[in-house]
Ligand binder design. Structure first.
Ligand code: NAD
Ligand code: DAU
Length: 340
């Protein structure tokens, strides 16, 4: 079995690559990644020493380059993680989100049609459902919840989902989609809430909390997400959508306080800043379809996963420094410099 993973030098994709190398040693894993700002090639250092791992630096929007890789490797399964993934960046510059997340997905699916595959899996997000009100804890996202997006990012992901469903219906492409809640764990780029707050706290810098910090996210440890995708690949049905999440809802301020407490840093570092435009209130997944039909269930509770994650960043400050040198400083100044 040859499995082509796009976006494998990013956060979730790299965790997925390592899971495959460990859990499916008889498979060949091909990683295709353009190496944008969000990637760190050193993340794949260990993977590069495996004989059954191959890396291609390629842009999923480049039809010719993608077709060449498919022609050479003939993947049986394609898992598409490659994306522009940060909501705040999509508010600043939507265009690249449309290009990578929509056009890039179409290029991959066209290659799948041309060369033939057993499965194309689109890694999607719970953000395609929009948000839930804070005062209705009884409501959850189900697979039949209507698509109702808020940001350019979530709209680009929803567009890719619709295109994947259309390729299944029109061309019979064996497509599956998983929609997951917020991930956390090793190798996450420090523009996202948890690694950004860990990095700032370690360096005694202010922790910028948007609005009043009451927005709720449903946290899933990244390894649980990877096993969920594997379950969809091996037990899921073509044409189906599966929600992945673990009922770990937390208000942002609660997460920030836990990080400070774990690191022994004072709450005076918390700084309330201007809210995100169009900020989604609450995400909460109902994962019962994946649990019942795939036998999948997350195994890491937030209280354990956050400790593992903080320890990982403390042990890998060199990795963090590689990410935060260069353009990161410009990004940080632009996004947070004037945010009172
Ligand atoms: P990430 O930003 O950490 O990594 C994205 C990777 O894609 C990077 O390695 C980048 O270099 C690569 N990439 C970007 N544009 C590319 C292009 N044109 N061609 C080839 N490679 C390209 O993202 P992530 O957090 O690991 O998310 C992975 C996927 O999971 C995304 O599709 C995202 O929408 C989805 N998702 C993320 C979360 C989360 O909490 N992080 C939750 C649910 C779903
Ligand atoms: O739900 C899945 C989605 O989760 C994925 O599809 C996205 O790719 C991923 O980035 C994530 O989106 P969020 O917007 O929820 O994640 P982010 O880490 O950017 O923000 C989490 C919450 O924390 C959100 O309510 C905004 C807030 N926040 C974020 C940052 C970066 C802050 O208060 N301060 C910050 O500095």
């Amino acid at each position: 079995m040859t499995i082509l993973v796009t976006g494998g030098a990013g956060f979730i994709g790299s965790n997925f690559v390592y899971m495959l190398l460990e859990e499916r040693p008889d498979s060949k894993t091909i990683c295709v990644d353009e190496l944008t700002y969000a990637a760190n090639i050193h993340t794949l250092n260990d993977a590069m020493s495996y004989d059954n791992f191959v890396f291609y630096k390629e842009d999923i929007r480049n039809r010719e380059g993608i077709n060449e890789i498919f022609g050479k490797e003939h993947p049986d399964v394609v898992v598409n993680f490659a994306a522009e993934s940060h909501v705040d960046r999509s508010i600043e510059n939507p265009a690249i989100f449309l290009e990578t997340n929509i056009i890039g997905t179409a290029v991959l699916m066209d290659a799948c049609r041309k060369y033939g595959i057993e499965r194309f899996h689109q890694v999607s997000t719970d953000e395609v459902y929009g948000d839930l009100p804070l005062d209705r804890p009884d409501l959850f996202f189900r697979e039949d919840t209507p698509i109702h997006t808020s940001s350019p990012y979530s709209t680009s992901k929803a567009s890719a989902d619709l295109l994947a469903v259309a390729y299944h219906r029109t061309y019979g492409l064996p497509v599956t989609i998983s929609r997951c809640s917020n991930n956390y764990g090793p190798f996450q780029f420090p523009e996202k809430l948890i690694p950004l707050m860990i990095n700032n706290a370690i360096n005694d810098k202010p922790l910028p909390v948007y609005g009043e910090g009451m927005n709720v996210r449903d946290w899933l440890y990244v390894k649980d997400h990877c096993y969920g995708i594997l379950a969809v690949l091996e037990k899921g049905k073509a044409g189906e959508v599966y929600n992945l999440g673990g009922h770990n809802e937390k208000a942002n301020i609660e997460v920030v306080r836990i990080i400070l407490s774990e690191l022994g840093k004072p709450e005076t570092l918390i700084t309330y800043v201007t809210d995100r435009k169009g900020h989604d209130q609450r995400y909460a997944i109902d994962p019962s379809k994946a649990m019942t039909e795939l036998g999948w269930a997350p195994t890491t509770m937030f209280r354990d996963g956050i400790k593992l994650t903080i320890q990982w960043y403390k042990d890998h400050m060199d990795w963090m420094q590689e990410c935060t040198s260069g353009d990161y400083l410009k990004y940080y100044e632009k996004m947070y410099g004037n945010r009172q």
